[in-house]
Ligand binder design. Structure first.
Ligand code: FES
Length: 166
């Protein structure tokens, strides 16, 4: 299969626009103590994860070693150093959900999507994650896909739910 990888001027303009937003955030937080975390939040909001070339810009602008930035980025679970799929699935593994069979739901998702936990499907459509209590224990077992909450899950419901996103 022939695969053409070209950058259109629209792609470049979009990349520039994103980087401008990052630089704007850096200016906004630069003088604050502990500027790194809010800046990383902005980068993640803008890109969906923390791309290395952007972290290099952050490192230069905040005058912080890249190793320190990676240390912070990997310490906090809400930062991601790899791109995520279009739809992020969070399966709750909190006590209430676990007791009600969350593991079997997670396993079924993993089988259907053919990815391990923390994995992203080949078509980039889904990222599968296990998470702590989502605060909807009355609906256990629960998962969210993007903003949508799916409750009282059983493994056999998984294919139908995934189909809604295809
Ligand atoms: S334990 Fe799953 S929502 Fe609370």
């Amino acid at each position: 299969m022939e695969h053409q990888q070209t950058c259109s001027s629209a792609d470049i303009a979009e990349a520039d626009e994103k980087l401008e937003k990052v630089k704007h955030a850096i200016v906004q937080f630069k003088l604050m103590k502990g500027a790194l975390i809010p800046v990383l939040h902005e980068v993640q909001d803008i890109y969906g994860f923390l791309p290395e070339p952007v972290l290099q810009v952050v490192s230069e602008e905040l005058n912080l070693p890249l190793s320190e930035i990676y240390g912070v980025a990997s310490f906090y679970h809400f930062f991601s150093l790899t791109p995520k799929g279009e739809n992020v699935i969070h399966v709750c593994m909190g006590t209430a959900c676990y007791i009600k069979g969350a593991q079997a739901v997670l396993d079924r998702l993993s089988t259907e999507l053919k990815v391990p936990v923390q994995g992203t499907t080949e078509d980039n459509k889904f990222t599968l994650e296990a998470t702590r209590c989502l605060g909807a224990c009355g609906l256990a077992p629960v998962m969210t896909i993007g903003e949508k909450v799916h409750g009282r899950l059983v493994p056999n419901a998984v294919p139908k739910i995934l189909n809604e996103y295809n």
